[in-house]
Design a protein around this ligand. Structure first.
Ligand code: B12
Length: 473
């Protein structure tokens, strides 16, 4: 009997992290979501084909029983085009991932069904409906997955030679921070859910890679749990990196264990070097006065610091670019990414800016943190765009690279060079039109998969979506 086929597709985007830049390789694979979806599909019922349009073209003639498309906001328009093409050929399409999860009604104009949030608890119903010819509308689990017994992601489907980092392992979902610009607490909740350590290690041992990225939103979010994970990682011969917050990366015991278990790089969302700005976006965990010593300390354990910064907060004026980049070079960051603040649909930043009528463009393709889609408070859109460009250029000038190169110590010089080369090349741009043209607002309002816990935020979200507010207690 012919196996039924599901074709999973990640649409192309211009992101510097996921387009091939050197030796036909991208710095990161964008496939964490789709290999999790593939893992949840029963192997005895379906064959899965996986296409990452960033590195290969889509075979629109491939005979499939279902197309599954994953999308962040920046590439959802391309996702809609792909969905329209397949549907015109009579193939059913389901979409999922962060943008369709917040904008399900919009996505349903282009596909038959949308999975809101996690797939694992709704996949059976979705496939049963598909087989009955009844797959349509939204699929959303009543509860969040407890993270026990998660299916093994299908690493075998990834084209290994096309990415520097291709293995993303999740040890927890959720985040304790409630940063106003981030989707995570509204996608996965403010509380942590932890995967059993033995299940995480089974994945580590079977992912066919010795270089692992832990893709938790806040790996060091609690003091004890990451230590358990690191103790288990020790001796397994893997190198790993993770996204962590600035606070716990200051804990010596944590850093000691990180180094002993193979950590080579920590990505840290510093966002801004101004305390008032950090407070205004609810990033209370960051204290700029500790940033310099933090970088120094992490280096002393032989671990690189990838600093993530954002420009365009209401507290930012045109001096922010020069000041930030000087700070980053002087503090000896190993690599930095400088993003333009982007009001992703459904975040608090979105509701605040929408209410104040400050969002200019609703062209999702421009929501890539390299275009300006709103009116900044203390500078023009042009100043913001050029400022971001300036920061990248300045941070990755040959003299800055030479000055920051880790001549001494245990940081990996090879990994350091790869990151600096990719970031330098990926951020170089001749974009002239990075200020997005004004467009009409979408007809449908975003609805977060998980409503915020704090009463005033919840109210803001419900008002913004036009949904009735909660009943008074
Ligand atoms: C690790 C990570 C990355 C990694 C890898 C991403 C990946 N998808 O493999 C890298 C470094 C590449 C990355 C890059 C970017 N990222 Co990122 N990233 C994350 C992070 C921290 C975790 C993502 C992850 O691995 N999740 C684990 C998987 C298993 O979960 P998932 O993707 O949600 O998938 C589940 C469901 O959504 C669903 N599902 C997903 N797809 C589909 C498809 C179908 C058909 C179905 C049925 C279901 C389904 O099933 C999955 C299992 O339950 C998230 C925050 C978060 N926690 O989501 C930000 C996040 C997704 N990133 C974000 C952004 C903005 C970016 C960049 C644009 C940043 C930039 N300036 O370059 C780029 C885009 C690059 C690109 N082409 O993808 C935003 C997206 C916001 C938005 N509305 O679009 C997020 C939400 C963070 C935030 N700031 O809010 N990112």
């Amino acid at each position: 009997m012919r196996h039924r086929v599901i074709h999973l597709i990640n649409p192309k985007t211009h992101s510097l992290t996921t387009r091939p830049l050197y030796l036909n390789r991208a710095l990161y694979s964008p496939l964490a979501g789709l290999i999790a979806v593939a893992g949840a599909i029963p192997r005895d019922r379906y064959e899965v084909v996986l296409t990452d349009e960033n590195i290969e073209s889509i075979d629109f003639d491939l005979k499939a029983d279902l197309i599954g498309i994953s999308a962040m906001t920046a590439y959802v328009n391309r996702g809609y085009e792909i969905a329209d093409t397949f549907r015109a050929r009579g193939v059913p399409v389901v979409m999922g991932g962060v943008h369709p999860s917040f904008m399900a009604q919009e996505a349903l104009k282009h596909c038959d069904a949308v999975v809101i949030g996690e797939v694992e608890l709704v996949i059976d119903k979705l496939l049963d409906d598909l087989e009955r010819g009844e797959m349509r509308g939204t699929y959303k689990s009543e509860k969040l997955h407890p993270m026990v017994g998660l299916p093994m992601p299908r690493y075998d489907l990834i084209k290994k030679d096309r990415y520097v980092n291709r293995t993303f392992v999740q040890t927890s979902r959720g985040c304790h921070q409630g940063c106003t610009f981030c989707c995570e607490p509204l996608m996965n909740g403010l509380k942590f859910r932890y995967r059993p350590i033995d299940e995480v290690m089974r994945e580590v041992d079977n992912c066919d890679s010795r270089m692992i990225s832990i893709n938790d939103s806040d790996f060091f979010g609690t003091p004890e749990r990451p230590k358990e994970v690191m103790r288990a990682l020790k001796g397994r011969g893997v190198h790993w990196q993770a996204g962590v917050t600035s606070k716990l990366a200051q804990d010596d015991r944590m850093l000691e264990l990180a180094a002993a278990s193979g950590c080579t790089l920590m990505s840290i969302g510093f966002e801004s070097i101004t305390r008032a700005t950090l407070t205004s976006v609810h990033k209370h965990v960051n204290r700029p006065e500790t940033f310099v010593s933090l970088v120094e300390k992490v280096h002393s354990y032989g671990i690189m610091v990838f600093g993530l910064f954002m420009f365009g907060f209401d507290g930012d004026d045109p001096s922010v670019f020069e000041e930030t980049v000087k700070f980053c070079i002087d503090a000896n960051y190993d690599a930095c990414a400088f993003s333009v603040l982007t009001p992703y649909p459904g975040t608090l930043t979105w509701y605040d800016m929408k209410k104040a009528n400050r969002i200019v463009s609703f062209d999702w393709t421009k929501y890539d943190q390299a275009n300006v889609v709103y009116r900044p408070a203390q500078m023009s859109g042009d100043e913001l765009r050029l400022g971001q460009e300036f920061a990248y250029e300045k941070f990755y000038t040959p003299s800055s690279i030479v000055r920051r190169f880790p001549v001494r110590g245990k940081r990996s010089r090879l990994q350091w060079t790869i990151y600096n080369l990719f970031m330098k090349k990926g951020s170089a741009t001749d974009r002239k039109e990075a200020i997005a043209e004004p467009t009409e607002a979408p007809e449908v309002s975003p609805m977060p998969p998980v409503l915020p816990l704090k009463r005033e935020w919840r109210q803001a979200v419900l008002e913004g979506t036009g949904a009735p507010g909660p009943h008074p207690a």
